[in-house]
Design a protein around this ligand. Structure first.
Ligand SMILES: *Cc1c(COP(=O)(O)O)cnc(C)c1O
Length: 539
């Protein structure tokens, strides 16, 4: 690696950052990745700053009602630890001046993160930074203008010199229009400004779900001023019509990356029809170990001792946590399966319950215990139904099924330490990466997962965890589900359960293999090194 002083200075743009449970600026995996990235940047001294938004109400707080349904609750959060930079910038939105105050966060051992905030008395549009992913249409565009255009202006006013702008997800793409405008203001032509700007931008694409790649009507973008001086034709050339944020980012960046090797294949197929786009390479996500991993487990694996006892301590902590929250006492001597995911249909949270004739006996006698957690997007009724079903199962099997409400970083950490098995059953190949499985793997919690996202890169079946489904894919959803389900039950009944109860020494060996085979490969240092080598340092 080059001398750190010569490395390009990077500004990372993201809608969400999961730095700590107490700072409600994240919703899920995207934010957790961004938070871990910022902490890794600090640990290893990389010249990186982050730009984001200070969300007044965060994402959503989930409360489970007596009717088993999830409800969204909101409250205004205030933080004493945010540092006021004294900087304010303005962005013209809908022909009105919106003032954005700039806060700084560095209290979580993270590289400096600057958060923009429109919640000011002088703003008619104070609510723009109200709720993360709370609204669509105009309000979402306004949020993206604050992040992108406001973010660049904040960097200028703060006097931070930047060589590379990294857009984590397409949400930030409007920043490119500000970079183009700055250059055109000095007299540069559009095409020259475009070319120069493109050379400064790198982009990370995330979800392979088409609807997850946001688009906006061009006339709406124009009316709101999101075009930032670009003509309708230029906008169309960049993002098509409707204007797709991912397509635009692919065309405005010099290089892009997908977040796992399988996702790289999927993303290249998905966007193969887009002309003039940057190359998409694969840089697999990673995690910040001090945040997620019990160092006693790593040490025990390295020194080949005490793995089981240390794991049992973590499992007991989880069981106590569940008792405090839900009043349910799980049995520490029975197999405990953890599952926490956003309740999106492709993640198939209910999957293990699909054939109750098979799971019923296992749940009734406590052979398996399952702990779930996960939120649905406030506007996603299908996702809410999934949560409701999980809660109903917890009522039906009160001693062996648990639903922990309001999934957050605290629950994420305790579940990926204290479970025995980490279950992951998305409909392949829809999972971009998935980082919760990495947390589990490094804590000696064995992955039982479809070969999707990061898992094909790590899985040695029966050695450091298990795969099921053999990478099968079908356009016919029923066929795919029934294939995967058979495979899940087979591995669960013939391998996981017998190994756990009858071959503890093999289980412990697998825990050790799980930790040793992942602790460096999926640590954030490897990811940062790759970002620098393959994306930030231009050849
Ligand atoms: C780790 C984590 C995630 C990301 O996990 P996936 O594997 O992508 O589902 C999301 N939310 C929280 C709270 C986490 O801790």
């Amino acid at each position: 690696m080059n001398n750190i002083n010569n490395l390009p200075k990077v500004a990372y743009f993201c809608m969400e950052y999961g730095l700590d449970t107490s700072l409600k600026t994240y919703a899920g995996g995207l934010g957790i990745l961004a938070g871990d990235y910022m902490k890794g940047a600090k640990d290893h001294g990389f010249p990186i700053v982050g730009l984001g938004i200070k969300w007044k109400q965060g994402y959503t707080d989930q409360k489970i009602g007596d009717d088993c349904k999830p409800y969204d609750c909101y409250k205004n959060y205030e933080y004493k630890f945010l540092e006021d930079t004294g900087v304010k910038v303005t962005v013209n939105i809908r022909q009105r001046k919106v003032v954005c105050k700039v806060w700084k966060v560095d209290k979580f051992d993270n590289a400096p993160l600057y958060l923009l905030d429109t919640d000011l008395p002088e703003n008619e549009d104070a609510w723009i930074t109200g709720q993360l992913y709370g609204w669509f249409g105009e309000e979402r565009i306004a949020q993206e203008m604050v992040l992108g255009i406001g973010g660049i202006k904040a960097l200028r006013t703060l006097g931070i010199k930047i060589d590379v702008y990294h857009f984590n997800e397409g949400h930030a793409v409007l920043a490119a229009f500000e970079l183009i405008r700055e250059k055109m203001d000095t007299g540069m032509s559009y095409s020259e400004a475009f070319k120069k700007t493109k050379n400064e931008i790198v982009f990370t694409t995330h979800t392979p779900i088409l609807q997850g790649n946001e688009s906006h009507y061009l006339d709406r973008l124009m009316y709101m001023g999101a075009n930032n001086g670009l003509t309708l034709e230029q906008m169309f050339e960049i993002g098509n019509a409707p204007f797709n944020m991912t397509v635009a980012a692919l065309r405005l960046s010099r290089i892009s990356n997908a977040v796992a090797q399988l996702h790289c294949e999927t993303a290249n197929k998905m966007w193969s029809h887009i002309d003039n786009r940057s190359e998409i390479i694969g840089i697999t996500n990673a995690i910040h170990l001090p945040t997620w991993v019990d160092e006693k487990m790593i040490k025990a694996a390295e020194e080949n001792e005490n793995l089981w006892n240390n794991h049992m301590d973590n499992k007991k902590k989880l069981i106590e946590f569940i008792q405090e929250r839900n009043g349910v006492k799980l049995n520490p001597n029975k197999l405990l399966i953890g599952f926490s995911r956003r309740a999106a249909p492709y993640k198939r949270s209910n999957f293990i319950f699909s054939d109750e004739t098979i799971v019923e006996p296992l749940l009734s006698d406590g052979t398996i215990q399952i702990v779930f957690s996960g939120k649905a997007h406030p506007l996603d009724d299908t996702g809410k139904k999934i949560v409701e079903n999980l809660v109903k199962m917890s009522k039906k099997y009160p001693n062996s099924v648990v639903f922990l409400e309001n999934y957050d970083m605290t629950i994420g950490a305790i579940l990926t330490r204290g479970s025995d098995v980490w279950l992951n059953n998305p409909r392949r190949p829809k999972e971009a990466s998935g980082t919760s499985g990495m947390k589990a793997a490094m804590n000696g919690v064995l992955n039982l997962s479809i070969l999707d996202g990061w898992w094909p890169e790590a899985c040695e079946d029966g050695v450091n965890g298990w795969q099921f489904g053999d990478g099968f894919e079908s356009k016919n959803i029923e066929e795919q589900d029934s294939h995967d389900l058979k495979s899940l039950y087979k591995v669960l009944l013939e391998e996981v359960i017998p190994t756990y109860y009858d071959n503890r020494s093999k289980w412990i060996e697998m825990m050790k293999n799980s930790i040793l085979s992942t602790k460096e490969k999926f640590a954030v240092k490897r990811m940062l090194d790759e970002y620098y080598e393959k994306m930030y340092i231009s050849s």
